[in-house]
Structure formats: structure tokens, C-alpha cells
Design a protein around this ligand. Structure first.
Ligand code: ZN
Length: 54
């Protein structure tokens, strides 16, 4: 599974995609924003930016 950061459009690597679920907090290594998973469907993950970083 790969996710695309909504801020910088770079790929966010998911180490344990099987652990991905609603409420999971992710950080983009490229731009540093923090994202929360707001929903997981079969191949699609909904993300919400909760911290735009520095
Ligand atoms: Zn990013």
C-alpha cells in the first residue's frame, strides 16, 4: 500500500499497512506534516492533516 501526502504529493511509506486503521497517526517524512487516518476502505485511505509541521 502506498499513500500520497496531500501536502507535498510525495509517497508516504507505510511500514505495517495491516495495522493501518481509523485513528492511526502518520507523519510525512518529506514535509513533516502529521496526518490522521480518518477512514480505510479496500484500497483507499482517507487522511486528514492534523498538524502542518514547522
Ligand atoms: Zn508531505
Amino acid at each position: 500500500m502506498e499513500l500520497i501526502c496531500p501536502e507535498c504529493k510525495n509517497e508516504i511509506k507505510i511500514e505495517n499497512p495491516q495495522d493501518l486503521k481509523k485513528g492511526t497517526i502518520l507523519e510525512c517524512n518529506t514535509c513533516g506534516i502529521t496526518l490522521e487516518v480518518t477512514g480505510v476502505n479496500d484500497e483507499k485511505v482517507d487522511l486528514e492533516i492534523i498538524d502542518e509541521g514547522k
